[in-house]
Design a protein. Sequence first.
Length: 208
Amino acid sequence: MLNELAGLGISPGTLQRTVRVAVTCLEASVNAIRRALITAPVAHADETGRCVNGNLYWLHVLSTNRLTAYFPHPKRDAEDLDAFGLLTLFAGILVHDHWPAYQRYQCWHAFCNAHHLRELTAIAERFPSQPWATDMIALLCQANALVSEAQVQGLKALPTGNVEHLRTRYDTILTEAEAGNSPRPCCPGRSTRKRGSVSDERSATIPE
C-alpha cells in the first residue's frame, strides 16, 4: 500500500518484523476472544479454502455475531479441527453444515440454514417437480423473519403459537417430500435413519 500510494518500498525483513510485533501486541486480545468463544451460548463453525504460498489451505473459523477466531491449516479433517483447540472445549450450541467432523464434539448441534437454503435452491431450480423445496425455503425464511421481529420486540423466545405453527408446517413439508421420493437403497453395512429422527433436526433448524 505504501509503495502504491507513496512510492515507498518496504523490505521483506521489515514486513516480517512488523508481523512479529503485531502478533505479540495482539496475543492478549486473541486469547480473550478465544476464551469468550468457548463460553458462548451459540457459535458458528465453518471453513473455506485459501491459497497460502501457492498451496491450498483451509481457513477455519469459530464465530458469534461479534467475535471470530481464525485458524489456517493445510488439511480439512478432524486433525485440524482438534488443532484449532476450541471445539473440544465448546459446550454451547454449535451451528455448522453437515460435515461429520463437527459432529464428533460433545456439544449441542444445529445445522446451518444458510447451507439448507443453498441446497434447497439447487433442488428447486433443477427439479421443478419437487415443489416441497420451494415451500421449505419459504418456511425457513418466514421463521427467520419471525425471530428477527421477536428480537426487535425484546422477546427471549418466539410465542408458543408461532413455534407450533412452524413445526407443524415443517413436518407437513417433509411428509410431502417423502411421499414424492422413494427411499434410497441402503448400502450394505450402513445403518439407515428412520423418519422419527426428523424431530431432532427440526428443533435445530428452526431458530428460537
